[in-house]
Design a protein around this ligand. Structure first.
Ligand code: GTP
Length: 334
């Protein structure tokens, strides 16, 4: 696919298309805007600490805020059923997986139940997909985001991205998936968008062993623009439908070996049949979400949350002691 890069988007995580704000101009619209602002202020004052409001005004504010809540439209359309993640998605193979656990971290589940996940950044994580040309990066993303598959090859020029919305443990969360060009001549454009990635997906073609060997270099380039200790790395073998079971097992054996070396989680997928595609991205989203919530909780408490085996969590150090800590919570906790 021919896609122009979008420099106005910038390279960091969290950015995206922004709708211009709707500025009311008619008297009616202005009046309703003033009313809403007054209601928000009343509700905020009421919730503020040490606020000694007259009871009647507090009650009025409560009524107003209740009415406001009832009249506000939902934040967006509901997510589709296969984007609702209630339990922690499983790995592809235990031989090369980032976290061998079956539940969300206890602290994360509790925060989600209490709706105490904070802003969790913008509720959005950035994932970049890198790898040789023609390995099937665009096809993988399109199968997941649009449920389509195109037999024709159209090289990606520069970068493109999709945003997929999830509901994870009852909390809205989005994954921004960046598709990058595999062709050497576009590499300098694409690499400008590696920064700010929480997830790096290195793709190779299961039918072409050379593309597996090249993943090492792709990953190195992507990690150069990021903090290695804070990234989840995935190694993904594509075009699974083209291999016999025996050939697939052999290719997977080599890939799992490399995945362990790269400290990556391994997946085999097919964009053509859709095999493992949703499961893979669900796993990506859940890991990124959990890490974001843990980091948000860590920032709030001013302590470092350490994830141990199971759901154990330990808080240590004062804020000053933990500042500059390189390894975020949520990583390396198999
Ligand atoms: N059989 C089969 N073909 C696939 C699969 N995934 C991709 N292809 C084909 O492989 C070719 C390349 O796919 P793309 O998704 O365009 O590859 P890409 O990695 O994005 O390529 P660049 O944009 O150049 O980096 C296309 O002809 C696809 O139809 C798959 O799972 N099975």
């Amino acid at each position: 696919m021919v896609i122009a890069s979008a420099p106005w988007l910038g390279g960091g995580g969290g950015e995206g298309r922004q709708q211009p704000s709707q500025v009311p101009t008619t008297p009616d619209a202005l009046r309703s805007r003033v009313v809403i602002v007054a209601m928000v202020i009343a509700a905020a004052n009421r919730a503020g600490p040490g606020c000694a409001e007259p009871e009647s005004s507090a009650a009025a504010a409560a009524k107003l805020s209740g009415r406001m809540r009832a009249s506000l439209p939902p934040l967006g359309p509901p997510v589709s059923r296969d984007r609702i993640i209630a339990s922690f998605p499983k790995w592809y193979t235990p031989d090369a997986c980032l976290q061998l656990k079956e539940h969300f971290h206890g602290q994360v589940s509790a925060a989600c139940q209490r709706r105490n996940t904070g802003t969790v950044g913008l509720g959005l994580s950035k994932a970049v997909v890198v790898g040789d040309l023609h390995v099937g990066k665009t096809s993988l993303i399109h199968r997941f985001c649009k449920n389509v598959f195109d037999h024709d090859y159209k090289a990606t020029i520069g970068v493109d991205f999709e945003i997929e919305r999830f509901e994870i443990a009852g909390t809205p969360y989005s994954l921004q998936i960046w598709d990058t060009a595999g062709q050497e001549k576009f590499k300098c454009i694409a690499s400008a968008y590696y920064r700010g990635a929480q997830v790096i997906i290195t793709a190779f073609d299961l039918t072409d062993v050379q593309t597996l060997e090249h993943t090492r270099q792709w990953l190195e380039d992507a990690l150069r623009e990021n903090e290695p200790a804070s990234c989840f790395i995935f190694l993904v073998g594509t075009k699974k439908d083209l291999l016999s079971r025996a050939a697939c097992e052999q290719a997977e054996g080599e890939a799992v070996h490399l995945a362990n070396e790269l400290q990556a989680e391994y997946w085999s997928v097919s964009a053509k049949t859709g095999e493992n595609v949703t499961a893979f991205f669900s796993r990506v989203a859940a890991l990124a979400f959990e890490q974001s919530v843990l980091q948000a909780l860590e920032r709030r408490s001013g302590c470092r949350l350490q994830v141990g085996d199971g759901d154990l969590i330990r808080m240590e150090g004062s804020p000053s002691e933990t500042q500059g800590s390189e390894r975020p919570s949520g990583l390396g906790c198999c």
